[in-house]
Design a protein around this ligand. Structure first.
Ligand SMILES: NC(=O)C1=CN([C@@H]2O[C@H](COP(=O)(O)OP(=O)(O)OC[C@H]3O[C@@H](n4cnc5c(N)ncnc54)[C@H](OP(=O)(O)O)[C@@H]3O)[C@@H](O)[C@H]2O)[C@@H](O)CC1
Ligand SMILES: Nc1ncnc2c1ncn2[C@@H]1O[C@H](COP(=O)(O)OP(=O)(O)O)[C@@H](O)[C@H]1O
Ligand SMILES: [K+]
Length: 484
């Protein structure tokens, strides 16, 4: 499991660890890891030109100490100081001692700095790290512009300057990096868009913080091994009922395809049987003869261990209400989210998993879509709290939050190719099937998102895919995860 911790927790852990270690050890560990990563990115160190952008705090200190290490190995290192009077003194002395050059970022209209940036092989962004608030300040903007124009490689120290470490929000300008070298633990902002996009590749340098970080983390990302452990694999004693039956209440005369796609996902999620109820039974049967269909409504469909309701449901509020009354886990997606009564969701005894995209989440919260996209973590937490349900917020970053709190899960397998009509319907069926197979709502949502993202990647391999291709890719994703 990959985990991420917010600033307050990192600072507390840092204090605890520093109390046991000689002064400056953590910064030296950070700087050593940073210098190695910079060297690797440049291919060689000797003769390379490196520009350090140095802010007023320890983030700048890391950059300076790493710069000193690079200078000792033969790089030409220039530090651009954004706050000369508040620069990390030890770091500055180390860089000077190693033969580095120092210029002020604010003097002479920054032009000296801009010339250095244009000639650089690498820029190290040590403007601000976890001490940052808001976007880049005015004095850093011309430097950021020069970096963009020079198209020079950028390594961010701990975080790209200007992004919010705790939330992944970007309020103003931020500096884009090719590589972010982060210390001790990932920060939520490195895993959540829009900030994640600014970070480029993220490398974690172990500085010993792991042993003092508490449980649970603020954010966690499942890895292959975690998903492999959670996948419902039949044993010798299994039969189709023991594996779980998932009911799909989806589709309408207008949107029969949503039913077919949700069923396609459900057939690949590990349940032993799929029941379908709704007006698209003919279309479902034509494509998937193995599905048990009924047009009698959810109550009369026979027993299921979980329901999926909503994809392509149109205005069928009665079916949504009926499913919400069932005493089994329910996944609510698409139209179902609009039609579900909040109190009915809150009253449910069995688990509920809601799977909105940003537009649907915005409608549920009564805010603009851009607000949800800019602040995904707070949006998903707020929805989970309001509905007393597990919420999976879809999009470029998929997040899953439990109403009881605990670590929010972030999915790292997605690809922009998944942004294709109907791929959300596939995810709803897949997630419902995992619920029926016995996974908790948090696990069903995050394992579903993991397989769905991987299926999209494997099916696409860099070319456009349709939702059916994604569904068909789910089997490959299972095998990939299980290593079979
Ligand atoms: N934690 C750990 O275990 C370890 C941490 N380490 C390192 O320390 C870093 C944290 O250092 P830090 O606390 O000195 O804060 P840092 O990010 O340098 O900011 C400094 C000052 O910048 C200012 N400022 C605020 N916003 C700004 C903005 N948008 N644009 C420009 N300036 C802005 C603000 O001061 P203000 O100007 O508001 O008075 C703020 O106080 C961390 O990221 C990691 O690199 C490692 O060495 C090893 C172990
Ligand atoms: N930029 C992106 N990167 C990764 N995944 C994405 C991106 N955009 C959309 N997705 C994924 O694609 C799926 C789209 O679902 P949804 O918006 O419900 O579409 P539809 O309603 O057409 O089925 C979701 O799983 C979502 O997380
Ligand atoms: K930085």
């Amino acid at each position: 499991m990959r985990t991420a911790y917010g600033v307050e927790t990192v600072r507390a852990a840092e204090r605890e660890l520093m109390a046991r270690l000689p002064e400056g050890v953590l910064m030296q560990r950070a700087a050593a890891g940073l210098a190695v990563a910079c060297g690797r990115l440049m291919g060689r160190v000797y003769g390379r030109r490196v520009v350090l952008l140095v802010g007023s705090g320890d983030n700048g200190g890391d950059a300076l100490y790493a710069g000193a290490r690079l200078a000792r190995r033969g790089a030409g290192v220039t530090a651009v100081l954004l706050a000369p009077e508040r620069t990390h003194a030890g770091g500055l002395a180390a860089l000077r001692g190693a033969g580095g050059t120092v210029i002020s970022g604010s003097s002479s209209g920054s032009s000296g700095a801009e010339v250095a940036i244009r000639r650089a092989d690498l820029v190290v962004d040590g403007i601000v790290g976890i001490g940052g608030r808001g976007g880049l300040r005015a004095d850093a903007l011309p430097l950021a512009e020069a970096v963009r124009e020079a198209r020079v490689a950028v390594v961010a120290v701990d975080l790209p300057s200007g992004v919010d470490a705790d939330s992944g929000e970007v309020n103003g300008e931020a500096l884009r990096a090719d590589l972010t070298v982060t210390f001790g633990t990932h920060k939520p902002g490195l895993l959540i868009d829009p900030a994640r996009e600014y970070a480029g590749t993220v490398r974690l340098v172990d500085i010993g913080l792991g042993e003092v970080l508490p449980e649970p983390a603020e954010l966690e990302a499942l890895q292959h091994a975690d998903v492999a452990r959670l996948l419902p694999v039949p044993g010798v004693e299994s039969d189709k009922y023991r594996r779980g039956v998932v009911g799909i209440a989806a589709g309408s005369a207008r949107y029969p395809g949503a039913a077919v796609l949700a069923v396609a996902g459900a057939l690949r999620g590990g349940a032993g049987a799929v029941r379908y109820v709704g007006p698209a039974a003919d279309a479902v049967i034509a494509r998937f003869p193995e599905v048990l269909v009924s047009d009698q409504g959810p109550h009369k469909a026979g027993r299921v261990q979980a329901w999926v309701v909503g994809p392509g449901a149109g205005e069928d509020a009665a079916t949504v209400a009926e499913v919400l009354g069932a005493d089994v886990p329910v996944l609510i997606d698409a139209d179902g989210l609009r039609l579900a009564d909040r109190e009915a969701v809150r009253r449910r005894g069995a688990p509920t998993l809601m799977t909105p995209h940003a537009g649907e989440a915005a409608a549920l919260l009564g805010v603009a879509r851009a607000e949800v996209e800019g602040a995904r973590l707070s949006a998903v937490r707020e929805l989970a709290a309001r509905y007393g349900a597990t919420v999976l917020l879809k999009g470029s970053t998929t997040l899953v939050a439990d109403p009881a709190g605990g670590a929010v899960r972030v999915n790292a397998t997605g690809t922009g190719w998944l942004a294709t009509a109907g791929s959300g319907d596939v995810l709803s069926g897949l997630g419902g099937s995992l619920l029926a197979a016995g996974l908790t709502a948090l696990d069903a949502g995050s394992v579903g998102a993991y397989l769905h993202g991987l299926a999209g990647r494997l099916a696409s391999e860099g070319a456009p895919v349709g939702a059916q291709d994604v569904a068909e890719g789910v089997g490959r994703a299972w095998r990939n995860v299980r290593g079979v």
